[in-house]
Design a protein around this ligand. Sequence first.
Ligand SMILES: Cc1cc2nc3c(=O)[nH]c(=O)nc-3n(C[C@H](O)[C@H](O)[C@H](O)COP(=O)(O)OP(=O)(O)OC[C@H]3O[C@@H](n4cnc5c(N)ncnc54)[C@H](O)[C@@H]3O)c2cc1C
Length: 386
Amino acid sequence: MEFELMDSQREIRDAVAALCARFGNEYWHRCDEEHAYPEEFVKTLNEAGWLSALIPQEYGGAGLGMVEASLILEEINRSGGNAVACHAQMYTMASILKHGSAEQKQRYLPRIAAGELRLQSFGITEPDAGSETPRIKTFARREGDHYVINGQKIFTSRYQHSDMLLLLTRSTPFEEVKKKTDGMSLFLVNLKEIGDAIKAVPIATMVNHGTNQLFIDNLILPRESLIGEEGKGFSYVLSSMNAERILVGSESIGDGRWFGEYAVKYASERRVFARPIGANQGVQFPIAKAHMAVEAANLIRLKAATLFDRGLPCGAEANMTKYLASEAAWEAGEAAMTTLGGYGFAKEYHVERKWREARLYRTAPISNNLVLSFVGEHVLGLPRSY
Ligand SMILES: Cc1cc2nc3c(=O)[nH]c(=O)nc-3n(C[C@H](O)[C@H](O)[C@H](O)COP(=O)(O)OP(=O)(O)OC[C@H]3O[C@@H](n4cnc5c(N)ncnc54)[C@H](O)[C@@H]3O)c2cc1C
């Protein structure tokens, strides 16, 4: 059993860290204040090829695995940044790589790898369905060689910064399917080719995270936009969801490390009562506890990513990564806030921004309550709670 990163993985991590160092806390602070998309950062990351990490080399990508992809996103958050602006390209990719047609891969992957197209938008959540995805109502009706789609999505992030949208719909009504996850279909939508069939209305949130409500009105898509077979979309989207949980968990690990490193430095330098505050166990212990939680989350993340890369079932580990890492980051964020005292609230210290950002991952892309039910029911075999 191996617990250390390989040299090549360490090199990736260090190269991403060097790139991120060009965009310090002040850059991210400015984006947050202005609610601006970190365009320059995303462009630089794309040009360096890191966002195409998972695209196979035959399509112009780096052909790396989930372990490497997770280290890339971890490093962005560890640097004080926020990978949320660009992470979706990595997890939406998983559905296309595993279930897309040869024609879809040939058509889009080289252009995504070259940075000409951005696949950053993932439309799952709906206002009336919430966490109960099978209750989505956005409906794709087959008409000859095309589909007509109508419905609504909510919290669809990065829509304005994406050329493509991975869209989950129903294609058989919920009431007519035997198994509730049947009858859903997954589409790859080229946003440049749909005119004004989708209206995006931005939702103001407490984080710098361009997210939207989408109103989909007679969106006409050719059959070639369908991923895999009609009605099996939910099973395909699970590949992306597992990738998403591992990658988002990795960002939380990066957040946890950033908080820890920041708190240790501050606690060692800040002197009150004629000694560094970090000498007080009331300050030191929460930082130490959070550090252990982050380290533990890191191990399950490496296990989940390794299983994913080997094509083995990893749903339990992916969910546990997302839960443990987001809770560890939150614990570390709380420890950092406490360590900084009043300065934790001052924006120029950056902790309050990271604290707001880290909080998101206890709720999205799946709320931690739902992860607990998944583990209770599907991993432990406890009776269904809903
Ligand atoms: C900034 C932001 C960006 C997002 N980006 C995207 C995106 O790009 N694409 C996308 O598809 N979605 C996105 N989401 C949506 C996100 O995935 C959902 O908000 C999340 O899954 C929770 O769904 P909900 O908000 O409808 O909460 P609800 O389902 O209404 O749940 C509300 C609360 O009740 C709890 N709850 C509900 N049912 C149960 C139960 N049976 N047992 C225990 N607790 C329960 C939940 O855990 C939660 O705490 C984003 C959300 C945010 C805030």
